[in-house]
Every structure is written in structure tokens, then in C-alpha cells.
Design a protein. Sequence first.
Length: 453
Amino acid sequence: MRFDKLITQNRIVDLKSKELKGAFKELLELFSFEEDDKTAKRRILSELLDKEKTRTSYLGEGVAMPYIRTPWNKRYGVAIGRCPDGLTHDIPSEYGKVQFIVLLIINDKARNYVRVLSDFAQIFQDESIIESLQATETVEEFRLELKNAISGIAKLPQIEYSRINRNLLKEAERICSISHCSALMIFGDTFSNRIFELGVDLRGLRTILVSQGKKETTGDRPHIDEVIPLRTHSHSRLSQMRSAFIIGLGRGIFSPHDIVCCVGGVPRSNLLDTIMVIDVYREFNTLIPGRTNVIPPGVQIEVLERILSIATELSIEGREGKPVGCLFVIGDSEKVTEHSQPLLLNPFYGYGEDERNVLNPFMDETLKELSSIDGAFIIRGNGVLESAGSLLRPLQYPQSLPSGLGSRHAAAAGITLSFKCVAIVVSSSTGNVSLFSGGDMITLTENKAGGQF
């Protein structure tokens, strides 16, 4: 979906109100509804405020993203307000940090709206975008920066046309030729600026950007053929590389037979310093032998991306300063549930499927909060959470696992060997994040021993 088509200039404003109710009311005045307009706005305002009582719309990074589903003659509508001094509300510790409110009005019959919420949230959880919005002084500058962010321009970093970067890219092109590489992959978090320019002619070579934001459109950027969205919260280049290949394999960007040249550097250094050549089959031979797909049918790659992001964040930050171990099982949820046993009352029981979908950005904190309980999260392939705190009972276990792994890893190996699912494990002792598929394991992040490549 082209989000820039949803936002009109007259729905990007500076808010006058200093409290949440008034701010919501100002943004609602920017819309018109078919039913009695005043009545509709009063009803929607009341519903928005009621939702805030049970679940805050604060996303972090100074952004609140309230949304409402309502009868309407359009699928989606967006209004965005700026409030640099924050807002007052019943929970001042959160709302005092709010600098931007992104209000989404969603037709109550619209499908897949959770994915729209997810994509919007990824835009406004990007630190570089928030920094650029905070730097604006006038509402006109704010509108321009926001337009760039929504359209994707602000998401693509810029490679400075320096001698070192130019020479390293030329060397990467030469290596691609002599190594018969099928693609060049560039890690975009190396660069802090906003417009992506290679500065080197790489015609004839498929170029892939690993971006910290959502998946971008590349039609107006002929120098970039594919974009892999990656929010792993890890600065380890090896960890990011492995995660990028898993997502790329799931999206069909790579095949097991590809050889890829990877180029990157220290995050935000604006300086390329490393070239690696990856034979995909050899690098991932524990996951790929005899299989063309790492991700089983029915598991949406967007769901895997979201869980990887949450898992890596937990591995780095823990919870309340303490390390956390947890297990996520995605796909074939009916059979997985049938071969599991609840260790506690299901915290997701009674909630609508959209409310308990991991693609809903407001589920992130819930998952992190529940990550400290024993047992596994069981998740459908489309992202709907079935249960937490489940004891897995696989039908079989692999003949061998790497030494030093505990029951959580054994359960993940067994359940993925028994059914068509994948599992992601965060180790409580090392903080490593591992992915299991078909009973095989690959370590995606290595916090104790891993580092920059």
C-alpha cells in the first residue's frame, strides 16, 4: 500500500491542545463522516479515550498511534499532529513524552488492517525518521519531512561519495565478477543520512539493501533491486547477515544456490570497511539440506520478522535488567496446541484475533512482559497468538543437538521436527537467539562470543 496516498497536507497540523482529549478532538475535526458528523466525532472520541484506559497508544520514540475502526466511506484515513511539549493525561510518564500523534481511521470492514498498523508503526519507530521530524521548525518543514518518511525517501540511507567507499564498492564489484556472485548486499545501517546513492555504476549486478525500516518500493531507484527490512536491534554484523538471509530466503530474494557479496561497516559511521562473500548453501547447510524452503508453508514472513525483532531485543535488553529465556513457535498451531499442555491460564483467551496478532504493534510490550513465564508462545502462521506458557510435547526429537543446550532448545528442535512450524529461542544463559526448522538449528545472534565482522 502507498501510505503517502493516504495523507493529505491539510491533515498534518500543529496541535494547540496540551491534553490528550483535546488533541484527539483536533485531529478528528480534520475528517468528515457520512453519518451525522458531530455525532460520529463525539462517538469516535469517546471510543478512543475508552481504549486509552485499557491499552495506551504510545509506541515509544515520542509517538502515539491511536486507531479506531468505524463505519466509513473510505478504507483508511490518517491525520498527524505535532505537539513538541508533550501532553497531559492520566499516565503522565508516557504521554508527557508524546511529540507526534498519528491517528488512523479504519473502515470497520477493511481486511488486513493489522498489517497496515504494523507498517505505520515501523515508520514511526525508526530513530532516524523521528530525529528528522524533531529537527523541523515550521509546520511546512514538518509536512515535507513527513512526506519523505511516508513515501520511503527518508528510509534509504546515503553512501557518501568518498574515495574509500567508492574504491571498496569497485573492489566488491570485481570480487562479485571473479567469485560468480549473483548479488551484492549492502547493509544500510552503516549510513546515517537519508538519500541512497551508490556513487558507483553497478549495472548488471543485482543489488540488495538491508534496511532498518519497512520494505521499500524500488521502482524509482534503479540502483536498488530489492530491499530486506531488518529490525534486529543487534549491531553484530554476523547476526544481521544471518537474519537478513533467513528473511531473504523466506521472501524468495535468495535461493540456496546463490553466492552473495556482502558489504558493510560500523553502524552510522558512513564508512564501508568490510567485504564478505557468502555461499548461501554452505552458510546455512544445517537448515537447508534436502529442503528448498527454510520457512514452512503457511508461515508468513512478516510474522517471522516481527518475532525475530522482539526476540533480539529481549536478548540484548532482557526484562527489567535481568536476562530472559523464551520460546516462540510459529505455524501448524492446531497440531502444536494438540501436543502441548498449558502451564497457566491462557492470557490471550477471549481477545479478538486482531487484538492478539503479533503484527499489531501494541502487542510488542505484551509479549515482552509475558516472556519471563515458563513455557512457549504458540503462534499461528498469520501471527495470531494462540497461547503463552505452554509445555510442548513433540512426537520426536533429533538424534543430536549441540552440547550445552537445555530443555527449551530441545523442545524447539523436537516440535519443528514433528510439525510444519519454525521456532525461535532466546537463551536465558547466553542471550543467543536461535532459529529451528525441521529439527535443525542455526544461531542468529551470539551475544557472548559474537561481534562485528
